[in-house]
Design a protein around this ligand. Structure first.
Ligand code: SF4
Ligand code: SF4
Length: 387
């Protein structure tokens, strides 16, 4: 993944963390309050419908304190941890793209009197709380696609402006996480203002906060956080070293692009297609998938027409409808399109993979199709055919 990176306020964030601060748990509420007082709408994790999702926060009382998310292929459930951890879960069905690149956006209104209104009047300020390393990498991927390439998406770019990011380093990866093998986690690498490491156990509970921007430092000073001692910083570092030993999944990316290009007719894709329901869940939960469709609707009197953009998916037959037919009518061709785009053609288009190793597509696939296993199957099938 890219390391040198300027945040949306134009500050270079590639330098190391400049200062470490110590936050007692009560200061997390002060952090939310300070950001709101500065005019940010603060979004962070809350529990809804049995899952941890992201929504607007008014106080720390909304956080999923003491919960963990048990995950497996096609499985997700919340459990009590019994230790009062503030950030003791990993990632749920929502990603931050929901706020930067909303599922449904009104682009244009036209009236029968000829009035045309282009809707791109968003001018808010957002702060995200508890962004994981893989999610920072996903935002960097979307920046490349939607803001820094030849096409600049105004909806994304406006929302991306003035974004303040509080990252959280993952002390325990989830069962489906493979960010370590993708180079995107479990520690936040770049593109944040503050990164928190939760230190919990042996009678202590505190957060070591690394500030990477002057704005991050300003906010931490404002809430009265004191500078962390060397021992406290070292305790946070131990938490992250332990985290690296807990991963159960990995995706071997060495030479993977070439292996995939050499496997487009592999029977592996046909086997996966026999299980895939083409439900599109994997693309909707993925933090980097960006495909959309544009629809026009009118009111019943025919006086007002609106143009809306909404998330779409390469798993939908109509997504590739061109000149009277879909060019990817089989489920095999649609799964292959998604898989090859994520892990191979995305690299040629944007210089990075379209997968950051968050594991969401594994958890939320109703039949438990696992991108890491399918990548390994592609390699195995290539090796067999070469012998
Ligand atoms: S492809 Fe799957 S694991 Fe990779 S970023 Fe998307 S949802 Fe996460
Ligand atoms: S979530 Fe699973 S079943 Fe649904 S489209 Fe994706 S791979 Fe197929």
């Amino acid at each position: 993944m890219v390391d040198n990176y300027s945040n949306s306020r134009g500050e270079e964030t590639s330098q190391e963390v400049s200062k470490y601060y110590l936050l007692q748990p009560s200061l997390i509420n002060e952090l939310i309050r300070a950001l709101r007082d500065d005019g940010y709408a603060v979004y962070g994790p809350v529990v809804r419908d049995g899952a941890i999702v992201y929504d607007e926060l008014e106080s720390a009382s909304q956080l999923p304190v003491g919960l963990r998310d048990r995950q497996g292929p096609g499985q997700y459930r919340l459990e009590e941890r019994g230790d009062g951890a503030f950030f003791g879960y990993v990632v749920g069905p929502y990603s931050w793209k929901r706020f930067l690149y909303p599922p449904r956006v009104k682009l244009l209104t036209v009236t029968s009197r000829g009035e045309v209104t282009v809707h791109n009047d968003w001018n808010g300020k957002m702060a995200f709380l508890a962004v994981r390393g893989c999610e920072l990498a996903a935002i960097e991927v979307l920046d490349r696609v939607l803001m820094r390439g030849p096409y600049r998406d105004p909806v994304y770019s406006e929302r991306r402006k003035n974004l303040f990011i509080v990252a959280v380093n993952c002390a325990e990866p989830g069962e489906n996480c493979f960010c370590a093998s993708m180079g995107t986690g479990p520690e936040a690498r770049s593109g944040y203002d503050i990164a928190l490491t939760e230190v919990l156990g042996d009678g202590v509970h505190y957060f070591v906060a690394g500030a990477r921007t002057t704005e991050g430092e300003r906010v931490l000073e404002k809430i009265g956080a004191r500078r962390a001692t060397d021992d406290e910083v070292s305790a946070a570092s131990s938490v992250m070293k332990r985290s690296l030993t807990l991963f159960k999944k990995k995706l071997d990316v060495n030479g993977l692009k070439e292996e995939i290009y050499g496997s487009l007719e592999s029977p592996v894709f046909t086997e996966v297609a026999n299980r895939c329901l083409a439900c599109a869940n994997c693309t909707l939960v993925c933090p980097t998938c960006f495909c959309t469709n544009v629809e026009e609707v009118t009111d019943l009197e025919g006086k007002v027409a609106e143009r809306w953009r909404r998330w779409d998916s390469c798993f939908n037959v109509d997504f590739s409808y061109i000149h009277g037919g879909s060019i990817r009518s089989s489920r095999m061709s649609r799964y292959r399109q998604w898989f090859t785009h994520k892990l191979a053609t995305w690299v040629d288009q944007f210089g990075v993979m379209g997968c950051v190793g968050c594991g969401r597509c594994i958890t939320w696939c109703p039949v438990g199709i696992d991108i890491t296993e399918e990548a390994a199957n592609i390699r195995r099938a290539q090796e067999v055919s070469a012998t």
